[in-house]
Design a protein around this ligand. Sequence first.
Ligand SMILES: [Fe+2]
Length: 322
Amino acid sequence: MIERFHIPGAPKPAGPYSHAVRAGDYIYVSGQGPFNTETGQYEIGDIRHETRIVITNIQKILAGAGATLADVVKCSVFLKDVAEFSAMNEVYGEFFGAAKPARTTVQAVMPNPAMHVEIDCVAYKPLKPMIPEQTADEVIALLAASANADYYGEPVSQLAHALQAAQSARDANADEELILAALLHDIGHNISDERAIRHGEVGVINHDDLGAEWLAERGFSARLRTLVRGHVDAKRYLVATNANYAKRLSPASTETLKHQGGPMAPDEAEAFGAAPELKDCLRLRNWDELAKEPGRPVTPIAAYRDMIVRHLTATARPVQQA
Ligand SMILES: [Fe+2]
């Protein structure tokens, strides 16, 4: 199985390559330079700062592919000047800690002659065998359990919010992958994960990333996960690019925006605007905003079981045979 990733929020590829490619149990991450997506600039000159940005970019890409630095088994480090080896190592060691990957380090001529370091890596993240029907039951049970959970300052439950978002997708004749993305876009609020960053009344701040990763582990498609992960960034993009959009946000959604990084910087918005799934990300965001209406009739959760089974059967790996 080969899967190619274009990760929203990671530096735009500077050529005809993917951010990462999964081949079976391994994920290959393309070489990253010191391009800071927060500022939209290469931040060059201090090897420690450059190394920090490079590995942060790798973290973002790994997260998008369903892995973390702890899964990295091999790195290649390219230094403009080998005299900076020790300083690079200091920062590199901070990120990897005790889980040290195998590594090669060489002095190299960089395509961007100003930058001092580039790093690529390979991660080992085996896909678990899975049975579509079992995963569908797990997902349905998790959503059903949120029937009495408040949706963070909105007048509907978390389950009603998910079902209304999915209903809007159905009513718009969206394809099943997009309908399921709408249903599952906030699943990161419902799972338990020790990495969850909770903030008072607004729930799990990093629910987009955690939800996408949880779905990756269960075999949901790369496109569906990109849409789930992108629903928060879509809000940050729309606030940055559409002067009227912020006025549409509910008070709770306006409050969460502050904790989600606020409006995108111009270069970040430009990169997000070029993502292949932009149109569907924005459609999902719109359905998300509308899914806060008390008493709105919806298709019941049980009706999605067969759709999930079809999705996982079509896109995910089969059960491994002994
Ligand atoms: Fe939502």
